[in-house]
Design a protein around this ligand. Structure first.
Ligand code: SF4
Length: 418
């Protein structure tokens, strides 16, 4: 039985580019919504004609960006309807939409709900006017509160609030107020990410010139500890390094990434991964990304149904590293049995010494079928996981062959919104 897939739809437009942002997002004053939706529909049509996608059930759809909430609900509805028509979509599909609170109104929230969206992710980042200004955000705390209330009135109870800590000059007191303000709105999910200064952004230039004053490392660790104690105390369990949810409201789409499942990325710069479409016998999956510039993406997707600009076959070593790199982000860690099924070799065979060392240093926890980062390991996650980049022992393994049986279209259970 083939595992279900997730579909990511990238909307690359924003009204304004935040100075810390290195996403594939472009500030525009007028959005070519109609042309962009045509390109998305054309790409969906093409991918659905390929058996490695058509034979699969869609378990989640995610509109990310950029700012998807700049699109009209009718545009979102068209894309959701096309996916439901072209693919076998699970009855219980999760449909998420990322939003900027300054763009949300009771009307468009209701429209998204009617278009099929059942999970709203609100890019709040902070509830302090000073911090929002320092991050170059255009919305106010009032916008966030109004958006959460409007979502609840529209029957959208599955709400995520995104927060950023470690902003310029941010104090621990400000961060604690942010967490309290977010909790007061009773979301079922909170993502809390530490600010990273990415190359090529205005923040990076200011940082290099010594003009950006960021909290010290000790302060950032204190902020991180505050998240890890405060959110679980209010019923939001940590299930990934930076993600917290009421049990049962974990983001299914993001879990699919961390579980290494296949996903189809549609839109400018979107990435895809498919294990069964591997194009070489020693490949453990194929991945690609689309042209990043929206105009080029639109032109190519409309003309050819696809706009691939980069393609890679995953080697055994890279696939093994990704398994740990993604899986160990989850608090539950990785399944040893799943590893063996996928790679035909045991973890101990590849890392005979590493597991012992990490265990004795108190960085990982091991049980029969499970390896997970310990509390200490989670604090040092990046450097612990980096150790899995090179298996200690070279082995020769064969990629398992998968036969794809594609049901006739009439037997595919589709979920239609129209
Ligand atoms: S709104 Fe989000 S995607 Fe757009 S520029 Fe700001 S951080 Fe980047």
């Amino acid at each position: 039985m083939l595992r279900p897939i997730s579909i990511y739809v990238h909307i690359p437009y924003c009204f304004h580019k935040c100075p810390y942002c290195d996403f594939n997002a472009y500030a525009v004053s007028a959005i070519p919504e109609k042309e962009y939706v045509s390109a998305l529909l054309s790409e969906l049509d093409y991918r659905a004609s390929l058996k490695e996608w058509r034979a699969r059930t869609v378990q989640s759809i995610y509109f990310g960006g950029g700012t998807p909430s700049l699109f009209q609900p009718t545009a979102i509805r068209k894309v959701v309807a096309a996916i439901c028509q072209l693919f076998a979509v699970h009855d219980n599909v999760e449909i998420s939409l990322e939003s900027n609170p300054g763009t949300l109104t009771p009307d468009n929230i209701l429209g998204y709900r009617e278009a099929g969206v059942n999970r709203l992710s609100i890019g709040a980042q902070s509830f302090q006017r000073r911090v929002l200004a320092a991050l170059g955000r255009m919305h106010s705390p009032d916008h966030i509160e109004a958006a959460v209330e409007a979502a609840k009135s529209a029957g959208l109870s599955n709400v995520n609030i995104d927060l950023i800590y470690g902003a310029p000059d941010e104090t621990i007191k400000e961060w604690e107020s942010d967490l309290q303000a977010a909790l007061a709105l009773e979301p079922v999910h909170i993502s809390a990410y530490g600010l990273t200064v990415e190359k090529g952004t205005p923040f990076y230039l200011s940082y290099r010139k010594g003009q950006l004053k960021l909290p010290s490392e000790d302060h950032v660790i204190e902020m991180m500890n505050l998240v890890n104690s405060l959110l679980p105390a209010h019923g939001l369990q940590r299930y990934e390094i930076s993600n917290f949810a009421v049990i049962g409201r974990e983001a299914r789409h993001n879990l699919a990434y961390w579980n290494g499942d296949d996903y189809l990325g549609i839109g400018a710069g979107a990435h895809s991964f498919n294990r069964i479409a591997a194009q070489k016998p020693d490949s453990f999956g194929t991945r690609w990304s689309n042209a990043a510039l929206p105009a080029k993406y639109i032109e190519e997707a409309v003309a050819h149904g696809q706009a691939e600009s980069w393609h890679d076959e995953l080697s055994f070593e890279s696939a093994v590293f990704e398994f740990f790199f993604l899986g160990l982000r989850k608090i539950a860690g990785i399944s040893v049995k799943a590893f063996e099924q996928r790679f035909g070799v045991t973890v101990e065979t590849l890392y005979p010494n590493l597991l012992e060392v990490l265990s004795s240093e108190g960085l990982i926890k091991r049980s029969n079928d499970n390896i997970a980062l310990s509390e200490r390991g989670l604090l040092l996650a990046d450097s612990v996981i980096e150790n899995f980049a090179h298996p200690e022992k070279k082995v020769r393994v064969e990629r398992p062959t998968v036969t794809i049986e594609v049901p006739e279209p009439s037997f595919i259970q589709t979920r239609s919104l129209e």
